[in-house]
Unconditional design. Structure first.
Length: 317
């Protein structure tokens, strides 16, 4: 019996050593405008994340991928990518923006946890992880899905990064089916590579908006590209079939502008959507309900392969 207990304990040691809860301070800005114009007055927020190191790294310094979940929180399909990275020798960090704020989902509202909060969380995590003995802070990428894809994309928007006041930079950005329907007045993005993966049939966040944004940014020399998977819906990397999500927003017909101070403007009136109720009004005039989401096996396989090659190229080579 004692031998069995000792053996079980020894088996658990590598698991405990490979996982670490990282706690840090962030804040709760509702919008990018709150960060750019009123950053010092934002409510402080305790946030955490889960750092997982590759097996058998000993005292090595390794690259890192920070992952940011979508509006439904962390799912198995997200974690599959992170395991791929760890198998390549890259550490991963699961940002817990929702759990830290006692929120399980923002589907249908998109106001409880916002892009601004999660981007700030991402940079605060980057700061605290810069002191970790196993992390190569010059080789940290950020990836995310849906809402988290927007975090991965707009964490590269330099007016916001400058307002946060951080010198550290993500080495690469991999947004997966992100919202691209908000176009900044200032197309001032990072020099680090950005690559978007999205499904052709996505009617939660439209692929056409991402294609248009990438084209605009490429025209001014931004290091950005896009892959559109034929026949794929939103969350094409799930293992579950395509279903309609009745209470979720469909942003297919939304095309919004963002001014230089980070305010997203309503269509027609150009009223800044700087509060939850103003955002709800703005969504009423362009968004519908009932987008589809679900797996597309061929696209999932292709996205896993692309993600692995992308991180290898930018973090390991």
């Amino acid at each position: 019996m004692i031998q069995k207990i000792i053996f079980t304990f020894l088996l658990t040691i590598p698991i405990i050593q490979a996982q670490e809860i990282i706690n840090f301070k962030s804040a709760n800005p509702f919008s990018f405008n709150d960060v750019i114009t009123d950053f010092s007055n934002q409510e402080e927020q305790d946030v955490s994340g889960i750092l997982r190191l590759p097996d058998n790294i000993d005292n090595k310094i390794v690259p890192l991928v920070i992952g940011v979940a979508g509006s439904k929180g962390w799912g198995e399909h997200h974690l599959e990518y992170l395991k791929l990275y760890r198998d390549m020798g890259i550490a991963t960090f699961e940002l817990q923006s929702f759990k830290s704020r006692d929120v399980s989902s923002t589907v249908g509202t998109q106001v409880e946890v916002t892009h601004a909060m999660m981007i700030l969380d991402s940079y605060r995590a980057l700061e605290v992880l810069s002191n970790h003995p196993n992390i190569d802070i010059d080789n940290v990428a950020i990836t995310g899905w849906s809402l988290g894809g927007g975090v991965s994309l707009f964490s590269g928007w330099l007016p916001l990064k400058k307002a946060i006041g951080i010198d550290l930079t993500f080495a690469a950005h991999l947004p997966i089916y992100p919202p691209c329907f908000v176009v900044p007045e200032l197309l001032d993005f990072t020099d680090s590579p950005i690559h978007i993966l999205i499904g052709e049939l996505d009617n939660w966040v439209p692929a056409a908006a991402c294609v248009d944004l990438v084209s605009e940014l490429q025209d001014i020399g931004t290091n950005i590209d896009i892959t559109v998977y034929e026949g794929a819906h939103h969350s094409f990397d799930r293992s579950t079939p395509v279903v309609k999500v009745d209470d979720a927003y469909s942003f297919t017909d939304c095309r919004l502008k963002m001014d230089a101070e980070g305010s997203v403007l309503m269509n027609y009136w150009n009223v800044p959507m700087t509060s939850p109720w103003l955002q709800k009004i703005g969504m009423y005039f362009c968004a519908e309900r009932g987008p589809f989401m679900g797996g597309h096996p061929k696209s999932k396989e292709k996205s896993h392969l692309f993600a692995s090659e992308f991180m290898k190229k930018h973090l390991l080579d």
